[in-house]
Design a binder for this molecule. Structure first.
Ligand code: AMP
Length: 196
């Protein structure tokens, strides 16, 4: 039996455990994990031109421009390791990015197979965010910046889910999956695998 490719977009608000689950899921499925946040942070630490261009935006919790993101994702998706699937983590973050992604995947004749959404109640998110801010591992993990990222998520990224819902009812092949993000890392990842 040949394995069907998984071309997944993973979404969820800051604090939902999206990054952690993306790493596990991509390993279990044997597909590349494409995190635009990681790519941008790597560019910042490498001090590249892109890094210098985006550092201030990352540190503020705002979004980097659609133009820059679409360009780096396009380059990444045309890489041969994405031939048998991929997991996108942190992209698309705006409806414009989602539209651009639909177009580029159409050109590649590789449409998305799943939109996976991790759901966590607001009060749990807030508790997680506060404890993460106290550990402050990242320069954009201060309470102030994370609050802004949460706000940006509801303003700009939540409409992306609507976009895919409309796409799926209008005949797209994309499977919409919702997974409860409460519990241990292992519990949530078992749920995710089960839902796919
Ligand atoms: P993340 O690690 O996905 O939370 O991303 C960290 C930061 O990188 C975000 O707060 C944005 O500033 C930037 N970023 C990552 N992905 C995107 C995207 N798709 N569009 C715009 N900005 C992004």
């Amino acid at each position: 039996m040949t394995k069907l490719p998984h071309r997944i977009v993973l979404v969820g608000p800051p604090g939902a455990g999206k990054g952690t689950q993306a790493v596990i899921l991509s390993q279990q499925l044997g597909i590349p994990h494409i995190s635009t946040g990681d790519m941008l942070r790597e560019a910042v630490s490498a001090g590249s031109e892109l890094g210098q261009q985006v550092k201030a935006v990352l540190d503020s919790g705002e979004l980097v421009s659609d133009e820059i993101l679409v360009k780096i994702v396009r380059e990444r998706l045309t890489n041969s390791d994405c031939q048998f699937g991929f997991l996108l983590d942190g992209f698309p973050r705006t409806v414009q990015q989602a539209e651009a992604l639909t177009e580029m995947l159409k050109e590649l004749a590789r449409p998305l197979t799943h939109l996976v959404k991790i759901i966590v109640p607001q009060e749990v998110l807030i508790a997680r965010i506060i404890s993460r801010a106290q550990e402050a591992g990242r320069s954009d993990d201060t309470l102030e910046v994370v609050s802004r990222r949460v706000q940006v998520y509801w303003e700009k990224t939540a409409p992306v889910i609507k976009y895919y819902q409309l796409l799926s009812v209008s005949g797209g092949e994309i499977k919409m999956v919702e997974v409860d993000g409460i519990g241990t890392v292992e519990e949530v990842s078992a749920r995710l695998m089960g839902a796919l």
